[in-house]
Design a protein around this ligand. Structure first.
Ligand code: SAM
Length: 244
């Protein structure tokens, strides 16, 4: 998958895209069992391309924002640099990009939207800033999905873009290690959309608290059953709306 992000603050992405699973997904990864066999190297499952919208301004001061027509507070990102940036970036690759605008007014990001977006070859995410982007360029870029990460307003679309990228990239085949799966996580279709069950690891006793006995039993059917019950109980208590 290729992911393009158009932003005024590309430097915000380096820590997130350069760490942990998101970094690993963009790297060549050798097989730990056979680290010197080039045939077993897993190629990158994603490429990130960050573009600064400011690089596409047509004025000598590289200004991208202007006061809103009609008055009111804040500044609005102009059509021209956004349009030119999208056209230039889309022309860099023959794969058709699914355009996404980060917006608190968009469809709320859910696991099923992340699942669906993870099936695309190429995503182009536009991070707004200030009061937002001139509506005319948003209209001109149709079809463009508007996606929100929740009912609150952030200063810019950079954090939402990173949240979206994380939720999507971890679903790409090969992004997580072989021993990790997304199938049984909270909200996953494989777990009937329930919340995840509780997890425990060593030591068996910590501050007089024991690991549930069933998890030490070696009885896989009993463990499976216990986890299902725990997932159901948690969902009932914490997120009964998911059971409807
Ligand atoms: N004036 C806009 C409104 O009231 O709907 C808010 C603009 S916000 C300060 C600036 C930018 O941050 C937005 O254009 C959007 O790209 C991004 N943003 C803010 N909150 C967001 C959210 N909850 N989800 C996705 N993007 C968000």
């Amino acid at each position: 998958m290729r992911i393009d992000v158009l932003t005024l603050f590309p430097e915000m992405f380096s820590g997130v895209l350069g760490s942990s699973i998101l970094k690993r997904a963009a790297d060549h990864v050798s097989d730990p069992a056979d680290p010197h066999d080039p045939a077993k190297v897993r190629p990158p499952v994603v490429e990130y391309h960050l573009t600064n919208i400011r690089d596409y301004t047509d004025n000598k001061h590289n200004k991208v924002d202007r006061p809103p027509f009609g008055g009111g507070p804040g500044m609005v990102i102009q059509c021209q640099p956004v349009w030119d940036a999208v056209m230039a970036v889309e022309a860099q690759d023959a794969r058709r990009a699914t355009r996404i605008l980060t917006s608190p007014q968009g469809e709320p990001l859910t696991q099923s939207i992340a699942d669906e977006l993870a099936t695309h070859d190429r995503l182009l995410i536009i991070a707004g800033h200030y009061e937002g982007i001139d509506q005319r360029v948003i209209d001109k870029l149709a079809p463009i999905r508007k996606v929100s990460i929740g009912d609150y307003v952030l200063s810019g679309g950079e954090l939402p873009a990173m949240v979206m990228i994380d939720s999507i990239v971890r679903l790409l085949p090969g992004a997580l290690g072989d021993d990790t799966s997304t199938e049984h996580e909270s909200f996953a279709a494989g777990a009937d959309g329930l919340l995840d069950y509780p997890h425990y690891t060593k030591p068996r006793t910590w501050m007089d608290m024991e690991v549930p006995e069933v998890l030490l039993s070696g009885n896989h059917a009993a463990i499976e059953q216990w986890r299902k019950e725990q997932a159901m109980e948690r969902t009932r208590q914490r997120r009964p709306d998911l059971l409807k």
